[in-house]
Design a binder for this molecule. Sequence first.
Ligand SMILES: CC(C)(COP(=O)(O)OP(=O)(O)OC[C@H]1O[C@@H](n2cnc3c(N)ncnc32)[C@H](O)[C@@H]1OP(=O)(O)O)[C@@H](O)C(=O)NCCC(=O)NCCS
Length: 164
Amino acid sequence: MIAHSKIHARRLLSPNDKEIRTVSSLQNECFGFSWGFDALKQLVTTENVLTLLANTPHRENSVGYLMARSLHDEAEILTMGVQAPCRKMGIGTILVMECRMWAQEKRVSNILLEVEEFNYAAQRVYEKCKFDHVGRRRCYYSTYRNDMTDALILRATLTTKNGQ
Ligand SMILES: CC(C)(COP(=O)(O)OP(=O)(O)OC[C@H]1O[C@@H](n2cnc3c(N)ncnc32)[C@H](O)[C@@H]1OP(=O)(O)O)[C@@H](O)C(=O)NCCC(=O)NCCS
């Protein structure tokens, strides 16, 4: 668990229904939609899936979440968000750094993710967490005005303690 300035990102080892509802509600707040309780429940209980919730001392409920999945020696960040009033406090960075630590423990070599080309806030978080731009998927996202935008593919390369 990473704790920084009293912000905690904790791993949910076997998430209960209340915690799954929290993830669903945070995803809804951050993106305007959620994958839904049943889909999230199936995902969070899948082997090799990481679910993180972030808390601050000033708020009773969790304020941020991250989900990632590992397969062989690669991991992918599936979704991440921080409640609007709690942004720019370092919570997104803490979530991604905790995910890096989890991936390192699993001896994963790379973490990949897709981010919308104009999502500068998320790009800044990933840049701080040492992700590099390695590709682009054209017309990957559809905006609320039905425009299409690209996804940038970012990758973090991890090293194990002995440098391999
Ligand atoms: C992206 C998101 C998770 C960032 O969370 P956060 O807790 O605000 O991130 P941090 O506080 O760790 O910020 C990290 C850096 O990004 C910068 N940053 C954050 N939001 C920013 C913004 N809107 N504009 C410019 N820079 C921003 C911070 O200033 C900080 O940089 P610094 O340390 O140099 O000052 C949050 O904005 C969010 O939930 N957005 C909606 C959902 C989303 O886009 N998820 C990611 C999908 S890939």
